[in-house]
Design a protein around this ligand. Structure first.
Ligand SMILES: [Zn+2]
Length: 402
């Protein structure tokens, strides 16, 4: 039977970039085509109970005559930032801790990525320097397949039914958009997405967006005295009133930020789009207040400008749900303990599909898959870590928490 590496290489050769522009669901046809490949592969394992729905999501339910079901979730798309569909990835059997040459112009250097020292001895798969690898999140999909193969032939070892969902459009923030809790039919789930397996994530940002629209007064500059209100100028003034030390470039760990993502303006109109992020919901509300207060200050200098501010809440920090129901985290902790692998929880400086799915009512922390430097040519996976994650998932399904 096809092993983890061969399957991974076959899957990353298929370009499944999602698209921010298309407006369709899924956002790219390639995700449907890749979905068809996955459905075929599932059928080859003898699975018939597969839903491949109109939005491109794939759901699989394996009944093991148990009361409770654990779900596993990974996404099929890769980031729109960089070209996918790599045909010639390189396998490094036993990483020696030195720089890795990707092509004539690109190398993975220890100086730039010092964490690579922790991967000495691992089997790695790296890019050709011209594509992203696609381990985000095909490493997750392959880990689920490896576990699934074992689960099907060792059902008696496990205490839970298995539910799987392969989602679409995670990279454009739409992963949970058409996710169906009923089709998932699980009591607890885990997303398999992201970095080192020695870290898991149960915390993410609370998120809101903020749009600021400014209306100015446009007249001929020769006759502008005391009449013209330059909306673009008001916009830059507003932006500069906000604290620089609260931008993404100046914050880390648990510090939130105010991030200007787009600015469009001329004399007549200006539009500023911000995203506001904080792990602490109260501090996120403080950031909203600051945006409103800044408007008042700007209006003192430009009293004739019309400034309107709109907030839209996005996702919530999932930790608030795990405080109420910590079972998903207990399952992870027990599994790592059984495997004698040390685990650290790190806050995600972003959101995850799991955060929204948790908010929908299905507790869903995130597990690492051994993928590093995602979304670009420096992406690589540790096969060694991927294999270890398969073992950790086995322990989760043998656990006794639910
Ligand atoms: Zn991902």
């Amino acid at each position: 039977m096809e092993d983890l590496v061969l399957r991974f290489i076959r899957y990353i050769a298929i370009d499944t970039q999602s698209s921010e522009e298309s407006g369709t669901h899924p956002s790219s046809n390639s995700q449907i085509e890749f979905g068809n490949v996955l459905v075929n592969d599932l059928k080859e394992l003898g699975i018939t109970n597969i839903i491949h729905d109109e939005f491109g999501y794939i759901y699989v339910f394996i009944d093991n005559n148990k009361d409770k079901t654990i779900g596993l979730i990974s996404h099929m798309d890769t980031a729109p930032d960089f070209v996918g569909g790599i045909k010639e990835p390189k396998i490094i059997e036993n990483y020696d801790g030195n720089d890795i040459l990707l092509d004539d112009s690109a190398k993975l250097s220890i100086e730039e990525f010092p964490f690579m020292k922790n991967l000495i001895g691992d089997k790695l798969i790296v890019t050709d320097g011209k594509h992203l690898l696609g381990g985000d999140d095909k490493a997750g999909i392959v880990i689920i397949f490896e576990f699934l193969k074992y689960y099907l032939s060792h059902k008696e070892e496990f205490r839970y039914n298995l539910s799987i969902c392969f989602t679409v459009d995670e990279e454009i923030g739409e992963g949970p958009l058409n996710f169906d809790l009923k089709k998932m039919n699980a009591d607890i789930a885990f997303t398999l997405d992201g970095g080192t397996i020695y870290e898991a994530n149960s915390e993410c940002f609370n998120a809101a967006s903020c749009t600021i629209e400014i209306q100015g007064v446009s007249v001929h500059p020769g006759d502008a005295k005391d009449v013209m209100v330059n909306a673009a100028l008001v916009g830059t003034y507003y932006a500069n009133l906000l604290p620089l030390n609260e931008t993404p470039a100046n914050t880390s760990d648990y510090e939130g930020f105010i991030h200007l993502t787009s600015f469009k303006g001329d004399v007549e109109n200006a539009k500023l789009t911000y995203i506001l992020r904080d792990h602490d919901l109260n501090l996120l509300e403080e950031k909203k207040k600051l945006m409103l207060k800044t408007k008042e200050i700007a209006l003192k200098t430009f009293p004739k400008a019309i400034i309107s501010i709109n907030f839209k809440d996005e996702y919530r920090n999932m930790i608030s749900y795990f405080i109420k129901d910590p079972r998903a985290l207990q399952m992870i902790n027990n599994a790592y303990l059984k495997q004698k692998i040390k685990l650290k929880y790190t806050p995600i400086r972003g959101g995850t599909d799991g955060a929204t799915i948790t908010e929908m009512g299905l507790p869903c922390p995130n597990l690492g898959v051994g993928d590093f430097n995602p979304h670009g040519k420096f992406e690589f996976v540790s096969v060694t870590q991927m294999e270890k994650m398969v073992e950790i998932i086995k322990e989760i399904f043998k656990g006794t928490i639910l």
